[in-house]
Design a protein around this ligand. Structure first.
Ligand code: DAK
Length: 294
């Protein structure tokens, strides 16, 4: 498997993202970076796929080519049976400073509508069933904040800078920010943030429930925490993990009654999996479960 994965990857011309924290997290399962132009992909630990946005000159602004690569990498990790969790991160300075303003500036309604401009943004939220962790250091503005909010879990540094500044550009959030940020922080706070365009810190993101963990350090410490969590998730039955993500996401769309019923149906369905038998038998026999992922 290691050889198969390495054969898909070739040396990168740009950043070497793993070197600084390898001493802390141990040897990488695979540290070769990919042939993409704007992102790097690696497997820092077995079962963990890491996507690093790597467009430093534009603070990881999310242009169409960047998103095409993110989606391609996500699809590959989604297909890879060995990958159990995915992390998306950026640089120390910027997770992503937004959609690419220079690409958007000349657009007309007609061209944006006809070409379904940035429709590929929906891929992560709509099609990726494996858990995705956003590890946010630096700026996560506009589409960068929305990209983080599309992920299942956000970890950030206390000094990270989130915000939906689109109002300052004469527009509004277009990647789901008005919906997901509102669900995360409540209507009054979301209104204030979106109508003023004012930023909020990683520390506030933790206090307001946007981020699940706030790390008092830099990107190294942040990634270390994100990788640990991704490893934990990847160590469980993959079928149970997919089911768990699906039922939590349903809570955002269904009424409580419908959501509880949906959860119960999936819970019942899991009695049809081998891993439910493996997990419960292992508990009773005081053994470590060896998941079949079936
Ligand atoms: N787009 C393009 N280039 C960007 C950029 C961006 N969002 N952010 C930064 N850059 C570029 C800068 O232009 C600069 O390039 P050069 O001038 O060197 O060529 C380089 O990155 C470094 O930036 P600065 O010189 O400005 O760096 P500073 O440290 O001084 O400032 C900053 C950092 C993050 C405060 C500043 O760069 C900034 O304010 N950036 C813009 C932040 C912003 O307004 N973001 C929101 C963009 S609107 C949709 C989905 C999503 C969206 C829309 C629709 N659909 C699915 C329909 C999203 C919209 C947005 O995100």
């Amino acid at each position: 498997m290691f050889a198969r994965r390495c054969s898909r990857l070739v040396a990168s011309k740009t950043a070497v993202p793993l070197t600084s924290y390898l001493s802390r997290v141990g040897r990488p399962y695979s540290s070769a970076a990919s042939a993409y132009e704007n992102i790097l992909t690696e497997t820092p630990k077995p079962g963990v796929g890491l996507i690093t946005l790597n467009r430093p000159k534009a603070l990881n602004a999310l242009s169409s080519p960047v998103f095409k690569e993110i989606n391609d990498a996500l699809s590959k990790y989604e297909e890879d049976k060995d990958i159990g969790a995915i992390i998306i991160t950026g640089s120390e300075k910027a997770f992503a400073a937004g959609a690419d303003i220079k690409e958007m500036a000349p657009l007309t309604f007609s061209s944006a509508f006809s070409n379904n401009f940035i429709a590929p943004w929906s891929h992560l939220a709509n099609n990726v069933r494996k858990p995705v962790i956003a590890a946010v250091s630096g700026y996560a503005l506009g589409g960068g904040c929305e990209l983080a909010l599309m992920c299942d879990i956000i970890y950030c540094t206390s000094k990270a800078t989130f915000g939906q500044p689109e109002i300052k550009l004469g527009t509004i959030p277009g990647g789901g920010g008005s919906q997901r940020l509102t669900r995360a922080v409540g209507k009054s706070r979301a209104m204030e943030l979106i109508l003023t365009g004012k930023n909020f810190s990683g520390k506030e993101a933790g206090e307001w429930g946007v981020a699940a963990k706030v790390v008092d350090g830099g990107k190294e410490e942040l990634l270390e925490e994100a990788i640990k969590t991704a490893e934990t998730i990847a160590s469980y039955s993959k079928v149970a993990v997919l089911a768990a993500k699906e039922v939590v996401n349903k809570s955002q769309e269904l009424s409580l009654k419908e959501g509880v019923e949906y959860e119960r149906r999936i819970f019942h369905a899991l009695f049809g999996t081998r891993d439910q038998k493996i997990g419960m038998t292992a508990f009773a026999e005081k053994k470590k479960p060896e998941w079949s992922n079936e």
